[in-house]
Design a protein around this ligand. Structure first.
Ligand code: C2E
Ligand code: CA
Ligand code: CA
Ligand code: CA
Length: 279
């Protein structure tokens, strides 16, 4: 039977309506969340393979929604990006990370690196450097312990402006990591010309280890390329002993993944660090 175009249009329309309404509701909720302390950072340790020590943590955003419970970033970051809310949220994340950085030092973990994710959308803010500078100045932290993670595509909108931001922030002592490396437009010139001190191998490659010879080749190539440019390598999404052993053999510098620890609330991280310290 032929489809009635009227019906399918109505259906399509309603779908659009629902998703637009849903998006608006989520956006409103998110605005409140930022004001109402519903956002929280979780922390996932990064382990140095040579020393077996916790080198740093990645700060990962969570939303304690009053009705829906704990909401992960994959659900609300896209909404925050479309609405521009990611800009103030992003600054809140940096502020919070700086606070924890100081707290970590006071608790006896002084050298811990705090890595924060930057959205492409934050590079649309013409006051990015200035605002980040104000945050770290007010927090009075050791900027060499602050690392910003970005994807290469984050810089595509206005590469010149993005490069300038990176250089200025790097002059303040902040370092940069290329996230999800190998998945997008990886350009070797980015590695060479930008102040990048670290690349993070995307977890899709790590999780294909053992199933695809390509994954092995890609990981080997990334590590050898990065090392030849004096850039460190973190592998993310490490879940098994086998993956860990392969990465160790390839001289990967650090790993992050469920094998060692999941992202966790601050109190749990402090406990995790204390327990490792004693053992
Ligand atoms: P990402 O930056 O690639 O972060 C790594 C993601 O991998 C995290 O997901 C982490 O929980 C997950 N992960 C870590 N180890 C494993 C593992 O062994 N197995 C598996 N299956 N997953 C693992 P999460 O926390 O859900 O965050 C998802 C994405 O949301 C992040 O991906 C990042 O792009 C974004 N995001 C999180 N926090 C922020 C933030 O504060 N600002 C911005 N702009 N984006 C954020
Ligand atoms: Ca990241
Ligand atoms: Ca990543
Ligand atoms: Ca990702």
């Amino acid at each position: 039977a032929k489809r009635d175009p009227g019906t399918s249009y109505r259906f399509y329309d309603r779908q659009l309506h629902i998703s637009a309404g849903y998006q608006l509701r989520l956006e409103g909720d998110l605005r409140n969340a930022l004001r109402g302390r519903e956002l929280e950072l979780y922390y996932q340790p990064r382990i140095d393979l040579a020393s077996n020590e916790v080198r740093g943590v990645e700060c990962l955003l969570r939303w304690n929604h009053p009705k829906r419970g704990l909401v992960g970033p994959d659900e609300f970051i896209p909404v925050a990006e479309r609405s521009g809310l990611i800009v103030p949220i992003g600054y809140w994340v940096i502020e919070q990370a700086c606070k924890r950085l100081k707290e970590a030092a006071e608790l006896g973990f002084p050298g811990l690196v705090f890595a924060v994710n930057l959205s492409f959308r934050q590079f649309h803010d013409r006051k990015m450097t200035e605002t980040i500078f104000r945050i770290i100045f007010n927090a009075n932290v050791d900027t060499s312990l602050l690392e910003l993670e970005l994807t290469e595509s984050a810089m595509m909108h206005d590469p010149e402006y993005a490069q300038r931001c990176l250089r200025e922030l790097n002059q303040l002592g902040i370092s940069f990591a290329l996230d999800d490396f190998g998945t997008g437009f990886s350009s070797l010139s980015n590695l060479q010309h930008l102040p990048i001190s670290l690349v993070k191998i995307d977890k899709s490659f790590v999780q294909d280890l053992g199933q695809s010879a390509d994954a092995e080749h890609i990981i080997r190539a990334i590590i050898s390329l990065a090392h030849s440019l004096q850039i460190s390598v973190v592998a993310e999404g490490v879940e098994t002993e086998g993956q860990l052993e392969f990465l160790r053999q390839q001289h990967c510098d650090e790993i992050q993944g469920y094998y060692y620890a999941r992202p966790m609330p601050w109190a749990d991280l402090v406990q995790f660090l204390n327990e490792r310290d004693q053992s």
